[in-house]
Design a protein around this ligand. Structure first.
Ligand SMILES: NC(=O)c1ccc[n+]([C@@H]2O[C@H](COP(=O)([O-])OP(=O)(O)OC[C@H]3O[C@@H](n4cnc5c(N)ncnc54)[C@H](OP(=O)(O)O)[C@@H]3O)[C@@H](O)[C@H]2O)c1
Length: 281
């Protein structure tokens, strides 16, 4: 897929998912601008860094006013700390402004950036890729404001796609778990990451390059008729928890809890693979 010379802006393109996206666009021949509050630790080949806080509308507008053109915008900057609604034991509090800041970054800022890029994108008949999350469509305990913002982001993208058609296409990549430099903050050490990976049908977390490939596709001519769409990049998602809890349609267990598979003679054979429908995790 080729994006030769297309000017692409990736917010939060300095590390993690955003760096994977920026790399994929550069590989596809795009001219890539990455922006974040701090520069990348090491320069990313094929990209130009411009400092920006996406929550500052004036700075965002100034950045886009200074660009000669924009063909693709990837609204990637986002994220949240672990933040239960009523705080934690060491950091209690019910001040809704703490959660509003998360919504600012994950919902208001992508709108701010999209509006600032709108005139450029209309001229170039360009496209926007929002970076959403599965947290936007399932309960998100510990990051409720983030989940709500990501749900809103997907909805915003669908409305934007209609308001700005036929000039600008707008789509969302809905991400599951991605392996980044900061994965240990969410999943713990290597054992934690490996255990979490086993819960994914494809058996691993996504690599930022997986997200990059999907974003390049949505920005390319191959997706010329795709707008207002959400594309799941989650390796098959989450196995429904009830399947492991249910007692129906499962092989019988002995009184130690070990599960037996029947061999047609009525005698069981031990099965330590955990015997759940559709294979274990
Ligand atoms: N990693 C996952 O498993 C996962 C899963 C689902 C969805 N996502 C989504 O993927 C996106 C990237 O996540 P990530 O895990 O790669 O996060 P990350 O490693 O924390 O990187 C976030 C990037 O955004 C930048 N950023 C943060 N606040 C900013 C601000 N106010 N203004 C400008 N840039 C800002 C950061 O740079 P500075 O701090 O220097 O500004 C950094 O470049 C987010 O939208 C996240 O919700 C990630």
């Amino acid at each position: 897929m080729e994006l030769n010379g297309k000017l692409t802006v990736v917010t939060g393109g300095t590390r993690g998912v955003g760096a994977g996206i920026a790399h994929a666009f550069a590989e596809a021949g795009a001219d890539v601008v990455i922006c974040a509050r701090r520069p990348p630790d090491t320069p990313l080949k094929g990209t130009e860094f411009l400092p920006l806080d996406v929550r500052d509308p004036d700075a965002v507008q100034a950045l886009f006013d200074g660009l000669p053109r924009v063909d693709v915008l990837v609204n990637n900057a986002g994220g949240t700390p672990y933040r239960p609604l009523t705080g934690t034991a060491t950091d209690p509090g019910t001040d809704a402004r703490r959660h509003a800041r998360v919504i600012d970054l994950n919902l208001t800022a992508p709108l701010t950036v999209s509006l600032a890029a709108h005139a450029h994108l209309r001229r170039s008949r360009g496209s926007i890729v929002m970076i959403g999350s599965v947290s936007g469509s399932r309960p998100s305990p510990g990051s409720a404001a983030y989940g709500a913002a990501k749900a809103g982001l997907e909805h915003l993208a669908r409305s934007m796609a209609v308001e700005w058609a036929p000039d600008i296409r707008v789509n969302t990549l809905v991400l599951g778990m991605v392996r980044t430099e900061l994965s240990h903050l969410h999943y713990g050490d290597e054992h934690g990451v490996a255990a979490v990976a086993r819960t994914v049908p494809l058996g691993r977390l996504a690599d930022p390059s997986d997200v990059g490939g999907a974003a390049v596709f949505l920005a390319s001519d191959a997706a010329a008729y795709i707008t207002g769409a959400s594309l799941l990049v989650h390796g098959g998602g989450e196995r429904p928890a009830f399947l492991d809890a249910a007692t129906a349609d499962r092989p019988p267990t002995d009184d130690t809890g070990r599960r037996y598979t029947t061999d047609g003679t009525g005698r069981g054979t031990p099965d330590d693979s955990n015997g759940t429908r559709g294979g274990g995790r």
